[in-house]
Design a binder for this molecule. Structure first.
Ligand code: SF4
Length: 460
């Protein structure tokens, strides 16, 4: 375990880095001081607070060197697949090939935050008719136009059907700019009729068997396309091995989430946990290294829990958080206000559940696809959230709205009402744009008020 766990600034990380260097801490080839990433334009890093462990250093360096990794992969002869929207399914298949690297161009979602709007990606999207009435994923269009953030993939694959209007419109605009897209359909998950054959999905939802079969046929089509790109066949044995590796990532994350949400003293900050969870989606372009990064983080967290130390006060208010924040700094702010994360639903819980290993692999992936919380109703999503709140004992829920996101117009109300009816805990809805600086005092006041309310309720 590192020394006393705490959250430190980027400046403090420079000193800490020298200390770790002197102590002979091993680093991977992408290691180095965190502050060097500011020179790439990642200005927001100057305003964040970070966990002070060597494991967190590795996590951040891994995240912030992904573009280099993609360029190296191409230079090394690998093919790049840009997967879009399904958040976690196609990469499990793609990483089962030997010479494919898959990533989500959707990840450009966070560039306006990390570069504090300096990259101009949102203005480019504006100029293409995709204005601020769309969610920040529109930054992806700007990233394709400038070519400054990730290499243009050899093939683009995007899910359609049960998806948000934002992504459909933005991906269609991308296609009109001369980037051909292979579309595949995920139907809206419905509850099976009483007399209909039903299938249990990872995470607890059910779906009609015919929907699983349909998705499986769509995945067959995707597999054939990726085989063409790879120039290599993907048999069941290789795909099953890929699923096993993905499950290793998911098992480490399950253990990390369990400890982060339930340990008496919070052992790891919300921001590092958000990034760790995101690794499940496409392994930050290196599946093997993702497993190593998560293993080191888990070792650190386990050691802290065993030693009875953490990074926050023992009485921190336990908050369930819904939706990812467009501004990463808000995760710090929650902790500055006296809260801790106790449960999350960042739109991709289907990428966190283990994929069944006792089924034909494409059928297992089809079930995982339909377990996506965003392809069913908001009521289903709310019930899943309730099941987690019941398990974790969360004392309040924050639903962070994403500016312009079509699903955010009403779902917050639906989720909030269902949670309140079930548990009678405080519900707070806040909107988080990519850079919250101008509204920080308001957000801070609302978070502080929520934490005070939680603590006052404990005395009843
Ligand atoms: S609207 Fe929501 S689901 Fe759609 S791309 Fe934006 S964040 Fe993702």
């Amino acid at each position: 375990m590192s020394d006393k766990p705490e959250r430190i600034t980027l400046e403090e990380w420079d000193l800490r880095y020298e200390q770790l260097q002197r102590a002979g801490t091993c680093q991977p080839n992408y290691g180095g001081p965190l502050s060097r990433h500011v020179a790439d334009g990642d200005q927001r890093l100057l305003k964040l607070r970070y966990d002070n462990s060597a494991a967190a250093l590795r996590l951040w360096n891994f995240l912030l060197t992904e573009e280099d990794r993609l360029h190296d992969a191409r230079a090394g002869g690998k093919k790049l697949i840009g997967t879009m929207k399904d958040l976690g399914t196609v990469p499990v298949m793609a990483y089962s090939f030997d010479n494919i690297v898959a990533f989500y161009p959707d990840g450009a979602w966070w560039i306006p935050c990390v570069m504090e709007l300096s990259a101009g990606l949102l203005s480019i999207a504006d100029s293409l008719g995709i204005d601020e009435s769309f969610c920040p994923v529109r930054a992806m269009l700007g990233a394709f136009v400038t070519g400054a953030h990730f290499p243009v993939p050899d093939r683009l694959i995007c899910s359609a059907g049960a998806t948000c209007d934002d992504f459909s419109a933005i991906a269609q605009r991308l296609s009109s700019l001369g980037h051909p897209i292979l579309w595949w359909e995920i139907p809206h998950r419905r509850r099976p009729d009483p007399d209909e054959a039903a299938v249990n999905l990872p995470g607890g939802f059910t779906a009609p068997k015919c929907q699983v079969e349909f998705v499986k046929s769509e995945l067959e089509r995707i597999k054939t396309a990726v085989e063409e790109t790879a120039g290599e066949q993907l048999d069941e044995k290789k795909l099953s091995a890929g699923i096993k590796e993905a499950n290793q990532v998911r098992r480490y994350l399950a253990e990390l989430r369990h400890l982060a949400f339930t340990a008496e003293l919070c052992p790891i900050p919300a921001l590092e946990m958000l990034i760790a969870e995101m690794l499940a989606i496409h392994f930050c372009s290196d599946r093997r290294e993702t497993i190593e990064v998560l293993k080191e983080l888990l070792d650190e967290v386990q050691a802290r829990v065993q030693a009875g130390v953490g990074i926050l006060d023992a009485d921190a208010a336990k908050i369930f958080w819904v939706n990812p924040v467009a501004d990463l700094q808000v995760m710090n702010l929650l902790e500055d206000c006296g809260g801790r994360i106790c449960g999350t639903e960042y739109l991709f819980t289907h990428a966190l559940h283990e994929i069944p290993e006792n089924l034909p692999p494409l059928e297992a992936l089809a079930r995982m696809t339909l377990a996506d919380p965003m392809v069913g109703s908001s009521t289903d999503r709310a019930e899943r959230i309730c099941a987690d709140i019941r398990k974790l004992g969360s004392e309040a829920i924050i639903i962070s709205r994403i500016p312009g996101a079509s699903h955010c117009a009403l779902e917050g109300q639906v989720i909030g009402e269902i949670v309140q009816e079930e548990f009678n805990i405080p519900v707070l809805e806040i909107e988080v744009p990519p850079v919250t600086d101008s509204m920080r005092p308001t957000v801070r006041t609302r978070l502080e008020a929520l934490v005070e309310t939680v603590k006052a309720r404990r005395k009843r």
